[in-house]
Design a protein around this ligand. Sequence first.
Ligand SMILES: C[S@@+](CC[C@H](N)C(=O)[O-])C[C@H]1O[C@@H](n2cnc3c(N)ncnc32)[C@H](O)[C@@H]1O
Length: 234
Amino acid sequence: MAWYDWFSSIYDTSLEQLYRSARLSAAEHLQLETATRVLDVPAGTGQSLDVLVPRLPSNAELVAIDASTGMLTRAKQRAERNGYANRVQFLVEDAGNLSDIGTFDRLHVFLGLTAMTEYPSVFERLWGLLRPGAIAVVVDVHNARPGLQGHLVNWIARADVRRPVWEPLQRCSEQYERVELPKDARYGGALWLARGRKPLTPRVDAMPLRPEIGPQGAGGGTKISDPAVPTRHS
Ligand SMILES: C[S@@+](CC[C@H](N)C(=O)[O-])C[C@H]1O[C@@H](n2cnc3c(N)ncnc32)[C@H](O)[C@@H]1O
């Protein structure tokens, strides 16, 4: 994770303001007031922790994971600086290898999956850590035909904004919705937020995908009607 270790040194000065309101939307969609155990992955320099931790009940736990030591060191420093280090457990770990960390009732994945080539299998692993009824929120950028700014974002973040990284959540969750967040040319594409709930009984792969349903939720945004996602059997 040498690149991200380096990127961590400029990450906050270049990007902290740009994503602030989207982080608030993600926190609101997670309904943290009833959370007991929250997984934030990849946590990066911990910018989201500033909005997640204050919304947690006092007895809730938050586990922040990132594969980059440089990123997570800054996240820890942020938590100490802002007085909530005792509320967060930090783990340097590849999201695709997570195991033995218990189960969670909230999952927060902000600007993470487009940076992972193997995002379907990573998401599947994260989903496997969730309890039935858990809420997952994913925020990322999408641009099917990136222009100059999209290519710049891909290069600096080692990401690919063409990846349809909402699809695994759409496929396996219920009460799924996806909204477009307010635009900014600096994102390099459309910034969107997807939310879904883990069913009490797992969906089978052959279950037909439903159109998006449910309330728009806090934070607003324009609802996106995703095209049907092929199941594994198709
Ligand atoms: C664009 S940054 C986003 C960081 C943070 N989520 C945020 O919202 O600011 C992408 C992050 O993904 C992390 N990352 C990339 N691949 C990963 C993996 N396989 N497992 C865990 N973290 C990973 C990088 O270290 C980096 O911190």
